[in-house]
Design a protein around this ligand. Sequence first.
Ligand code: 3AT
Ligand code: MG
Length: 344
Amino acid sequence: ELDPLPALTSNFRRILDHVCMQCYEDLSPTAVEDKAREHICKDLEVFIKRDFKGARLRLFGSSKNGFGFKQSDLDICMTFDGIENSEELDCIKTIEDLARLLRKHQDLRNILPITSAKVPIVKFYHARSGLEGDISLYNTLALHNTQLLASYAAIDPRVKYLCYTMKIFTKICDIGDASRGSLSSYAYTLMVLFFLQQRNPPVIPVLQEIYTDNVKSEVPVDGWNAYFFSKLDELKTYWPEHGKNKESLGELWLGLLRYYTEDFDFKEHVICIRRKSLLTTFKKQWTSKYIVIEDPFDLNHNLGAGLSRKMTNFIMKAFVNGRLVFGTPVIEFPLEYPNIMEYF
Ligand code: 3AT
Ligand code: MG
């Protein structure tokens, strides 16, 4: 029932490329800002080591995956040397003790332990940087999925441009906040990666299906296999399609909006980045939801599980509108556009 789109003019193609590129230029942190994030994490680690012997803090999420905004939160994972997993730990007590200690740190405000959630965390505001953050315990799979996303971002520069464009699109359309019933940035990033894997020719491979020695490697983490091919300098040897896709950024961005509004059958298939062949919602027994996104490591986790029917429709409408807006040529790129920071 969608109206056909007119053909892209070469001028409009350039405008689309420019818009996608600008999303990255405007909002990605500088090298100095990246350093500052590392510095805050290290400083907090030194601070908590006074009370928590053997504690380690590591950044993950968009501070590390290559798709961070200047204002993105600091996602920090806490572990202890010599303790393998959180089962050996009283998580709720640790979080409460940690919150008590963090209140004494001079740069931190609004310390808030949340122990009722599935993953207990302490939230904080770092006053000197203006960044919010949270510390979780043994969020080990998230460390691995962060590395997986970072590897995809390193394969082709179009990956990070498109993921930024997608994140900005979802913020502006107000469909990118999992705490308010929509999907997380992480879920939308998986949607971009899946599209790029399914494109013909593909822009990126399926790193979880590339093995160097023909034996299925295993990296066991919390009962799941977190293996993926990470020797990116040897990728060409194992993935001959590398570099075959020559589409421009704008073509891919519009291609993505068209893919999720015209081609992809949400009822039938799962958005799944760990394999090339399509996975059915039937096989997963995930037929009660319309948007189904499988976590690449925790295969029981459907990132769309929390979506209401109403929110699902709202998200799909945003994609339909996006297809129309980005698919209808304009002559000139508006020089005056609303300050994009207002949306964050
Ligand atoms: P922002 O720039 O902060 O919006 P992000 O990628 O850091 O993007 P979040 O802060 O929401 O996203 O999440 C931090 C990391 O936690 C990202 C991912 O490694 C993990 N994560 C987030 N949501 C999920 C989820 N639903 N399932 C599994 N891992 C998740
Ligand atoms: Mg984050």
